[in-house]
Design a protein around this ligand. Structure first.
Ligand code: AMP
Length: 248
């Protein structure tokens, strides 16, 4: 079976985002961009399933600018077999990404799509769920552990205060949570090999998907600057201060 893994190019998680002076969004000029961390976890899981003999091919797909091919190359260097880049310089909302992915699913017939639980730039946490709805497939979101047996996949899901186990019929959509695995680093020989792996280039129009935005961003603001703390002499002083501000 084939596994499709959507991979988003996002602002690197180590970068402190700066808001544009007009409040229209985050300034991405000269900022380090990387593969969305949850998508690294998805690629790792797909490769592990292939190594365990549960899948034959892992296809990485990204919807984004031409430069997203760098992130797809990383996916290929980790072990994905081939990649599809759907090129657009527009900002693409989760619904449009889900519609494009649904078309790719129709063409490629994977039995499993492994998305990240959320992209760390917009924190939408929507694409996998929307894709499952468009396809009429089951979904196992926030996966902490997955196991494929025959035509079924068991997904342990991270939920508030514990884990929930669900069993889905394949084909299905899974979204990955942080503790599912620790993604491997791509070795130098594999980075070299990845340069020769196939990467198709498409556009949203090739799939007949209208990506015009359904949402308007009104304003983006920096979080308030944290106030400095204060050292107190002893517990009595702490209690007095807390009482004074009405905290106890
Ligand atoms: P979101 O719904 O935006 O939080 O994203 C959840 C997941 O959907 C990501 O971790 C990716 O697996 C996938 N995804 C979202 N946007 C894109 C994109 N532009 N290209 C490829 N995959 C995407």
């Amino acid at each position: 079976m084939k596994i499709l893994v959507p991979v988003k190019r996002v602002i690197d998680y180590n970068v402190k985002p700066r808001v544009k002076s007009d409040g229209s969004g985050v300034d991405l000029a000269n900022v380090k961009m990387s593969m969305n961390p949850f998508d690294e976890i998805s690629i790792e899981e797909a490769i592990r399933l292939k190594e365990a003999g549960k899948a034959e091919e892992v296809i990485a797909v990204s919807v984004g600018p031409q430069k997203a091919q760098e992130n797809l190359r990383t996916a290929l260097a980790m072990g994905a077999d081939r990649a599809i880049l759907v090129v657009t310089d527009e900002e693409v909302e989760p619904l449009a990404v889900a519609k494009i992915l649904a078309k790719i699913v129709a063409e490629e017939s994977p039995k499993l799509v492994i998305c990240g639980k959320q992209a760390i730039d917009d924190d939408s946490n929507q694409t996998g769920q929307m894709l499952a709805a468009l396809l009429g497939w089951g979904q196992g979101t926030f996966a902490n552990e997955v196991a494929i047996e025959g035509d079924e996949i068991t997904v342990k899901r991270e939920i508030d205060g514990g884990l929930q186990t669900v069993k889905l019929n394949l084909p299905a959509v899974v979204t990955t949570d942080l503790r599912l695995n620790e993604p491997r680093y791509a070795s130098l020989p594999n980075i070299m090999k990845a340069k020769k792996k196939p990467m198709d280039e498409k556009t949203p129009a090739d799939y007949g998907v209208d990506i015009s935005p359904r949402l308007a961003t009104i304003t983006v603001t920096e979080p308030p600057v944290r106030q400095a703390g204060e050292k107190v002499e002893d517990v009595d002083a702490l209690v007095a201060k807390l009482k004074a501000v009405g905290a106890i």
